[in-house]
Design a protein around this ligand. Sequence first.
Ligand code: ADP
Ligand code: GN1
Ligand code: MG
Length: 363
Amino acid sequence: MDKHEIVGMFAVQGAVLGIKEYGSGHINRTELVEMEQGGQRRQYILQQINTDIFQNVDELMENIVGVTDFLRRKITARGKDPDREALCVIPAKDGASYCRADGKCYRMYRFIQDAVSFDAVKKPSDFYESALAFGTFQSLLADYPADTLHETIADFHNTPKRFAAFEKAVQADVCGRAQAAEKEIAFLKEREGEVSVLVDLLDAGKLPLRVTHNDTKLNNVMLDAKTGKGICVIDLDTVMPGLSVYDFGDSIRFGANTAAEDEADLSKVSLDLELYEQYVKGYLKGCQGSLTELEKKMLPTGAKLMTLECGMRFLTDYLSGDTYFRIHREHHNLDRCRTQLALVADMERKWEQMADIVAKAES
Ligand code: ADP
Ligand code: GN1
Ligand code: MG
């Protein structure tokens, strides 16, 4: 089936004017669909879901429909525009939330107009706005029935389990790549004692389990193209019960790095403390005072451990033959791992300042 026929399976009218690749995600494949409807041009997002990773698409889409319906109702009740501030799933013509074609799974969303997402921070206020949006997202979902959410990827941010998987990949060394990553392997092993800190606090009941996004990269939030205000959190595949400090941490890992996630020149990698501060302020404001004292105190640890975890995931994938994250060049996952570990090292150098910024921030 070609893409035009796939679009035709969804409950949209009119003629397809064009379909082009879109976005820079590592997991799904995203396309922008342009249609003509009664003389007007309309845009949609078409996504091929990565079913190697998301093996139960019914459960995945049940989560997304549940969360987006919930958000849309709340946003409407607050007198705001749900089409702008929440994703809208376009159903298939048979009423299902996604389509199957040639063994692949596709979903469609209404396109959020006059909005942008960034792969890198252009100005600090954009980062502040993204933090406000992610914090608000979490507050909006504070009373979502968490027990109805399916775990779309088991143990997604269980850092000690990620560490065990990394060690297993080093042992197996199926591609003979471990030697090329000796320094990175040693760096991670030196920090083994730290990887359980947050999950241990969760298990001890000291950190609360919340409904979290779990993939809070800057390019997963849409900002208003004119005002720069954060409007809508997207990419909801991993909305599951989790830790707020990890949501915070993933945003810092990606957005407060002075270099790109896959920068090959490590001298460009560092933690931008000004951006970090902006994010702390925006996130705490968005969370509306709901974070506990311990959550607040653990924000720097969330940033460091999420960066460490992501580094070990990239390295595990490199050692395993690049089967998880889409790569665009040789050794791409090794480069990605190296930036993460360089960022961890810089966070260690700036640890006191990171803690100080949080301590001084108003919640
Ligand atoms: P991935 O899982 O591959 O990261 P995303 O759902 O994040 O996929 O989509 C990729 C990009 O497509 C986003 O960064 C964003 O720029 C754009 N995008 C996704 N959904 C929408 C939407 N509903 N409206 C406008 N742009 C969107
Ligand atoms: C993946 O899909 P995308 O590109 O937003 C990954 C995240 C990683 C991120 C690293 C489902 O996110 O966990 O942090 O790459 N998503 C999944 O850039 O594994
Ligand atoms: Mg994304």
